[in-house]
Design a protein around this ligand. Structure first.
Ligand code: CMP
Length: 146
């Protein structure tokens, strides 16, 4: 298995729940994913639109941008073995209504839009998404490499 990096966004529905963001970050670390960059920010409309530009023709784009700018998000870059799939497994299915208890979306999400978290879906998109939010100087080397 390869050491990968992935981008995680803890969405506004989850950051609004007391203790949820901390619990979600703890789940990443317990699963062996190292947090190599992190910030809590409120996305501007421009940032959210750019991040989800691939969905701009979809009917839900406007609502998605409105939701993503409705409160703070915690954005992090995670590194570990098979990080992209490992993170997606922690998130569960995109639609929170279909996500089992024990997954982040099952425990903290509501529906397909308010689904608590985003995770990159492939190495190429992970690279683009991480650099969308972080400069090289904001990304730490993993502990073993120090
Ligand atoms: P995310 O992993 O952040 O990537 C795109 C997001 O679009 C997705 O999670 C959902 O939050 C949202 N999304 C996908 N499909 C729909 C839909 N049919 N209706 C509303 N939101 C959607």
């Amino acid at each position: 298995m390869a050491i990968e990096r992935t981008l995680s966004i803890i969405k506004p529905d989850a950051t609004a729940k007391p203790g949820a963001a901390g619990e979600i970050l703890a789940r990443f670390e317990k699963a062996g994913l190292q947090i190599i960059a992190m910030k809590k920010i409120r996305l501007t409309e421009e940032l959210a639109k750019g991040f989800y530009a691939v969905h701009r023709e979809r009917p839900f784009y406007g609502e998605l941008v409105a939701f993503m700018t409705s409160g703070p998000v915690v954005v992090s870059a995670l590194e570990g073995e098979n990080a992209i799939q490992a993170h997606r497994d922690l998130l569960g299915p995109t639609n929170s209504n279909e996500a089992p208890a024990g997954t982040i979306r099952g425990d903290f999400g509501t529906d397909i839009e308010r689904n608590a978290g985003h995770g990159s879906d492939a190495p190429e998109t992970a690279k683009i998404e991480i650099s969308y939010f972080f400069n090289a100087s904001e990304i730490l080397a993993p502990v073993e490499a120090l």
